[in-house]
Design a protein around this ligand. Structure first.
Ligand SMILES: [Zn+2]
Ligand SMILES: [Zn+2]
Length: 572
């Protein structure tokens, strides 16, 4: 377990304790332990005695050690048995903390959102000490807003679910190959449901095997060719599992990957040749149904170069694939990651652990880019700490001969348009990223003034997560992206496609425009933990949706060429 996961578990324990009405000192002890861990600059693997950290007592030390050894906590497990987990959902209602939730649970036997709604409607909540009529009204209003289930959910949310489902599918012996299909396979930002295609000769056993492990709220359809379930997550996401025999796996996958518009283009093409495409294969009169061993083979059969799922949107992909290879970016083109955090700011792992993980990923280089001094909530580095960090980067870097760790920083662009460090500091770093983390409510003019200042600085090589959006959760600040692209072009500044599943910003539409304008894109994971490094795949998928070619992407450069790039100067 990494630090973030342990801190989350400690927080969960303290919430449960609040709900049970435990004594406040015990609750505070867990909170304090979590904070102590967060403040400590080491990762879990490099702390040899958690008990020695100020703020961690005997009891909490035992819990932390158990979590580290087993990934579980007997204290937490006991609490979970005693208290319905659905109560934690209540905590997402504004104004309801652990204490109030505890009262509702103990006094009114509220166990989930539905029972909460019922007691509110009966006017019983206002009678509880510490609640009142206003609170009751507020809770009801929040409940109504929540029940308006969003039409579409973000890829961040859905990819998490999909990963859980995939770990289940791996455990079911009746399943051979399997793949994501539908919108998720095409890496759309928002989607309604999940689709998987499974290779199996035994649909019955497959369905049983899945239902045995996967937490499901409801089985909607169960048949020979598919099963549809609603998961037991808060949105009850609908998942389609399509069953295919080995021979038809590829055509089934192609069919259910879509998009519908792309499938229409392909059917037209087939029709013109007197053929018919379906999920079962390609049919021609008096000939046996044709199946394929791979999707590229399927496209080649129709005289097309392979069309990756991400661009199957029914625009001009079929025409272009007829003319020649699409030449789009592949995950294997990526040679390094230029944006990551360590325990020196708000990351969960040490510099050395992050660098090792990047190298293990097969990269030739990575840039360490912790936060700058003004971002205090994220442990931003003072000039002094940053200079100390340079020494640590040099020490770590000396361990490798097949990998380079570059020094860098993610520097805040301050609300008044100044930058968080002087040029004197910046010029000592290999790679400087600038980004906005504050005053999102400024108007477009003020935001663009900040962007321009960063682009015009000779040491700033990249603008990170340029719009500041969080998919499905936060719009970001009002940036004029078209203007930013012009500025980036004029100043030789690169723009980021932040691969973190929560951001994916710039979006496909904008990276495509940036590429057309001749602006370089860097695809970076902004990793705060080792697991996040894997989000590069989603970043590359988003880039492919934007028709990005490898030569547009800064971090496809081999190490020597990237070195040369770093030594070069901006034309400002
Ligand atoms: Zn950032
Ligand atoms: Zn960052």
């Amino acid at each position: 377990m990494n630090k973030k996961q342990i801190v989350d578990k400690l927080e969960e324990i303290s919430l449960y304790l609040e709900i049970t009405g435990e004594n406040p000192f015990k609750i505070a002890a867990y909170r304090r332990a979590g904070q102590a861990l967060e403040i400590d600059r080491r990762s879990m693997a490099t702390i040899d005695d958690v008990g020695a950290i100020r703020g961690i007592g005997k009891g909490t030390k035992r819990v932390i050690e158990e979590l580290m050894e087993t990934g579980e906590s007997s204290v937490l497990n006991e609490l979970r048995e005693k208290i319905p987990g659905s109560l934690l959902e209540l905590l997402k209602i504004p104004g309801l903390g652990g204490k109030k939730t505890g009262k509702l649970y103990r006094e009114l036997h509220v166990t989930d959102l539905e029972t909460l709604q019922a007691v509110c409607e009966k006017g019983r909540v206002r009678a509880l000490p510490g609640f009142g009529e206003k609170t009751e009204e507020k809770i009801l209003k929040a409940l109504k807003e929540r029940s308006r289930r969003p039409q579409e959910l973000s890829i961040a949310y859905m990819a998490d679910l999909a990963e859980n489902i995939e770990s289940v599918l791996e455990k079911v012996p009746a399943i051979g190959r399997f793949s994501r299909a539908g919108s998720l396979r095409r890496a759309k930002e928002m989607m309604k449901d999940l689709d998987f295609v499974l290779e199996t000769a035994d649909p019955e056993k497959t369905a049983d095997g899945i239902l045995e492990i996967l937490p499901v709220a409801e089985v909607v359809v169960r048949g020979e060719s598919k099963m549809t379930v609603h998961l037991s997550d808060p949105y009850r996401v609908s998942v389609d599992f399509r069953f295919a025999e080995p021979a038809t796996f590829v055509t089934t996958l192609n069919h259910f990957t879509g998009s519908k518009e792309h499938n229409v283009l392909m059917r037209h093409l087939a029709k013109a040749r007197g053929e018919k495409i379906s999920e079962y294969g390609v049919e021609k009169e008096k000939e046996p149904v044709r199946t394929f061993s791979s999707e590229p083979d399927f496209y080649r059969y129709f005289g097309l170069n392979p069309v990756p799922p991400e661009v199957r949107e029914g625009t001009d992909e079929v025409d272009l694939a007829r003319r020649g290879p699409l030449g789009l970016l592949k995950l294997s083109d990526i040679k390094g990651d230029l944006h990551m955090h360590s325990t020196w700011s708000d990351g969960s792992y040490t510099i050395e652990e992050m660098a090792d993980a990047m190298r293990a990923k097969g990269y030739a280089y990575a840039c360490l880019t912790d936060h700058s001094k003004s971002l205090r909530v994220a442990g931003g580095l003072s000039e002094y700490r940053l200079m100390q960090q340079l020494e640590e980067v040099a020490r770590v870097n000396a361990r490798y001969d097949d990998f380079t760790l570059y020094s860098g920083v993610e520097m805040d662009i301050l609300p008044d348009g100044t930058l968080d460090y002087d040029d004197e500091v910046l010029r000592q770093l290999d790679f400087v990223i600038a980004s906005i983390h504050s005053s999102f409510s400024q108007n477009r003019l003020a935001i663009m003034k900040r962007m321009e200042a960063a682009c015009r600085n000779p040491y700033v090589r990249l603008i990170a997560h340029p719009t500041g959006r969080l998919l499905g959760r936060r719009r970001g600040y009002p940036v004029d992206v078209a203007r930013l692209i012009q500025l980036a072009k004029a100043t030789g500044t690169a723009l980021e496609l932040n691969a973190s599943r929560r951001r994916l910003d710039l979006s496909a539409k904008w990276v495509r425009q940036a590429q057309d304008a001749g602006v370089k894109i860097a695809i970076n994971t902004d990793s705060h933990s080792i697991k996040m490094i894997d989000d590069m795949a989603l970043g590359v998928q988003t880039a492919v949706r934007g028709w990005i070619r490898p030569e547009t992407v800064l971090n496809t450069l081999p190490r020597e060429a990237f070195d040369t790039f770093l030594r070069g100067r901006k034309p400002v």
